[in-house]
Ligand binder design. Structure first.
Ligand code: PLP
Length: 406
């Protein structure tokens, strides 16, 4: 507080778990006061390989000894590009940046440039970064700027719709499709509730985008490399025109990527469309991508992650049932959502019918008992979570719940 507003450097950290961390290893965090935490926040997702994965740290350290940023090209950026495109399987070209926010901005600009249109369709509850033209929140059923100081005019070209409702999208595009440059979404809505797309929804969105000449952007900043090598695109079998990646791509280091079809992405290369960044594709970033994505390809941890996540979800449900509490655990083993309530959740609006505030009140108790989790109910599982962490997590959760309800 003395040095930085709110004592944090990202407003996301104002809510949920707070403590001074001294070090982290694998699936564990250790505070300066000697408290240990089983970590299911994973730095908001990036530590998919666990904290301080030795070979990634070593690779970055080795590479950086020969320089950090050149303002020129280098071999690691070529290797990183090859590996990312190999992992994704569908995209032709990739551009790296530092953050998911920037990758999203590049995608939106490119979509507007290639279509010559201005409007963007996006969805309630989906997060695409903190900048003026994408940051939204809901108040009394109306969506608008989420922050003081954010110009409402920056959102004038956004059409904000309920997600998972293909009819509603079709209606809007019927009327306004000719003005719409892009439809952007999290193909699985992890940021709010970890909600999967309804069967056939993504296919219908794809068809509608094709019919109206609209660029389909999947924001896979969380899902990419976490749900599997090919992320949500592979899981649901629907291919976007552009997709953004980040978080799990680089073992905790700050890297994001925009990948997509050659005919679209090539516009960056001709200089027609600007995408820049002093620190893009730094040696540190590219060494981290090569080591991390290389591991995901050579020794895929996805079965292990699924095993841990499945057992953890089942264990949490059992603990809730044993106490007759409506503890709701839903989503996928690699990223799931915990809350209180019992309704069918298919979008942001139905999510609000859960008792999200009750879970948020429970989070400080979980943290006190050594579970490092997000206030909004999303739990991330890493490749470093194993049986020991499962035991510890379930024991700690049970104790926390017992203390909280008594
Ligand atoms: N898109 C999605 C789906 C995200 O979850 C996030 C961050 O949580 C972003 C974009 C923004 O990424 P960053 O925080 O790296 O700017």
């Amino acid at each position: 507080m003395r040095l930085t507003p709110g004592g944090v450097h990202s407003n996301v950290r104002l809510a949920g778990a707070r403590d001074f961390i001294q070090r982290a290893q694998g699936a564990w965090l250790y505070s300066v006061d000697g408290q240990d935490y089983v970590d299911y926040l994973l730095g908001q997702g990036p530590n998919f390989l666990g904290h301080a994965p030795g070979h990634v740290i070593d690779a970055v350290f080795r590479a950086c000894k020969d320089g950090v940023i050149f303002g020129g090209q280098h071999e690691l950026e070529v290797r990183a590009g090859e590996l990312v495109l190999e992992a994704l399987g569908w995209a032709d070209l990739v551009r790296f940046s530092m953050t998911g926010t920037e990758a999203v901005q590049a995608a939106l600009r490119l979509a507007r440039a290639v279509t010559g249109r201005t409007k963007v369709v996006r969805f309630e509850g989906h997060y695409h970064g903190w900048l003026d033209n994408v940051l939204i929140s809901e108040r009394d059923g109306r969506w608008g700027p989420a922050s003081r100081g954010q110009l409402a005019s920056h959102l004038e070209d956004s059409i904000i719709l309920p997600w998972n409702d293909a009819e509603r999208l079709a209606d809007v595009l019927e009327r306004a499709g000719e003005q719409v440059a892009a439809v952007i979404m999290e193909p699985i809505m992890i940021n709010a509730g970890v909600i999967e797309p309804r069967a056939g929804y993504l296919e219908e969105v794809r068809r509608l985008c094709d019919e109206h000449g609209i660029v389909l952007i999947f924001d896979e900043v969380i899902a990419g490399f976490r749900l599997g090598l090919g992320g949500a695109t592979e899981r649901y079998g629907v291919t976007p025109d552009l997709a953004t990646y980040g978080k799990a791509i680089a073992g905790g280091f700050p890297v994001a990527a925009l990948a997509g079809r050659a005919d679209l992405m090539a516009r960056f290369g001709t200089g027609e469309v600007n995408h820049s960044g002093t620190f893009n594709a730094s040696v540190m970033a590219m060494a981290a991508v090569v080591a991390s994505v290389g591991t995901l390809i050579d020794e895929p941890p996805y079965d292990r992650v699924a095993e841990h996540g499945t057992a953890l979800m089942a264990g949490l449900r059992e603990i809730g049932l044993a106490r007759n509490l409506p503890l709701r655990v839903s989503g996928l083993p690699a990223a799931f959502h915990v809350s209180f309530g019992d309704v069918e959740v298919t979008d942001y609006r139905s999510l609000q019918q859960l008792d999200l505030a009750r879970y948020e009140r429970f989070v400080p108790v979980l943290v006190e008992h050594g579970l490092w989790v997000a206030g909004r109910g999303v739990w991330y599982v890493s490749a470093a979570h194993g049986p020991k962490e499962l035991d510890a997590a379930l024991t700690r959760f049970e104790k926390a719940l017992t203390q909280w309800v008594s």
